[in-house]
Design a protein around this ligand. Structure first.
Ligand SMILES: *Cc1c(COP(=O)(O)O)cnc(C)c1O
Length: 378
């Protein structure tokens, strides 16, 4: 039996998505596959909540972040990067490696962002772009994307707002057009309920304008203006990752059938139930403002997050994540995205309770959290 996934990406797959991955290989320049792509390009904007075209790139989420940068920014331009955890560092390091002048706004991990400080920096620097995560997966924090966008509109409206929404897209409310976001980046293995290997990108009308007319950084493979031309003919510019795209089309159809509001509510319910169950076992929430996408929690005093993770993996075949970098042994992270059944969640809570005892802790009882999980929707 393979280990059961409870990670904030990759996520467990719906059986129909898994079945799509087992189909025979087809060629990408065929009517059958064009229909799949047509479905993807039709359904993706509904998840982004945009009227603009959305692109798919064959890469992990980080590659899509790089595509976002090279298509909308030019060498030497000044950008402001909010660094609230590991993924904020990635945005900033990537932008620097690509030749942008990066100013970092450090936010202590798990703490709420000081919006006044960001406002002052925007006023003083008038940067070409502002970078943020929507959900910082290393700390479980939800960042105030809508508020940031409103501040940008007021203080420095020409600043592009690039959002890494890889654990937010499809998991938390993030209406791209309504909130005025210029680039939104998603990844297949998070709330899009597919395997790792595809990045998705939404661009605002003005981001598309820059992408098509420049100036931008040098690019060839990542040229989204060229990619979009191919997409208009229900094709990708280079060989399509046919299996991954078929899986994505299937997952997007499921999400569309269920409806985005219901999908977001499901994520929220899983988080609420996890919070109540683990709090009663002595865990405490790490971020001040948790994202519904995942729970990032400190274990009870004296319990090592790494030992707990290893115990659940080795004894019970359940994979969840400990922390990254400075939080490595401090927190456990449980994802609320993908195909998670109520039974599997209740089982996880019981196994965590059992593991705490087996690791030498004391027994506390689990409250009834079944009703908090609500209906299974997939
Ligand atoms: C998962 C994730 C990424 C992308 O990671 P890849 O390993 O490149 O897919 C980027 N940002 C956030 C916030 C993530 O959760």
């Amino acid at each position: 039996m393979p280990s059961q996934l409870f990670t904030p990406g990759p996520v467990p797959l719906h059986p129909a998505v898994a079945a799509a991955l087992a189909e025979p290989v087809i060629h990408h320049r065929t009517p059958e596959f064009e229909a799949t792509l047509q479905k993807v390009f039709h359904l993706l904007p509904r998840i982004f909540q945009t009227r603009e075209h959305c692109c798919v790139v064959t890469t992990t989420g980080s590659g899509a972040m790089e595509a976002a940068i090279v298509n909308t920014l030019a060498p030497g331009q000044k950008v402001l990067a909010l660094v609230a955890g590991k993924f904020g560092e990635r945005w900033a390091n990537m932008a620097e490696a690509l030749g942008l002048a990066v100013q970092r706004v450090h936010v202590p991990w798990g703490k709420d962002l000081d919006l006044t400080a960001v406002e002052e920096l925007l006023r003083r620097e008038q940067p070409h772009a502002l970078f943020s995560q929507a959900c910082e997966t290393s700390t479980g924090a939800l960042l105030p994307v809508q508020k940031l966008s409103l501040i940008r509109d007021r203080i420095s409206p020409q600043t592009l707002f690039l959002v890494d929404a890889i654990t937010a897209l499809g998991a938390t409310e993030l209406p791209m057009d309504d909130w005025g976001l210029d680039v939104v980046v998603g990844g297949s293995q998070k709330a899009l309920m597919s395997p790792t290997g595809l990045g998705v990108l939404g661009l605002s009308a003005r981001a598309w304008h820059i992408c098509q007319n420049g100036p931008t950084l040098p690019k060839f493979y990542w040229d989204l203006a060229e990619e979009r031309k191919a997409n208009l003919k229900n094709a990708t510019r280079f060989s399509s990752a046919t299996h991954l795209l078929k899986a994505l089309a299937c997952a997007l159809e499921i999400l569309d059938r269920v409806g985005l509001p219901q999908a977001l509510r499901r994520t929220h319910n899983l988080q609420q139930a996890t919070h109540v169950a683990l709090t009663s076992l002595g865990f405490s929430s790490f971020p001040e403002t948790p994202s519904p996408s995942l729970s990032c929690m400190r274990p009870p005093a004296g319990v090592s997050a790494l030992k707990l993770q290893a115990h659940l993996e080795n004894r019970y075949g359940m994979t969840l994540m400990a922390g990254q970098d400075q939080l490595q042994d401090q927190v456990i992270r449980i994802g609320h995205m993908g195909y998670l059944t109520n039974a599997s969640m209740l089982n996880l809570f019981q196994r965590i309770q059992q593991s705490l005892i087996e690791l030498g802790g004391s027994a506390s009882s689990l409250p009834v959290v079944g009703p908090l999980l609500g209906q299974e929707i997939y």
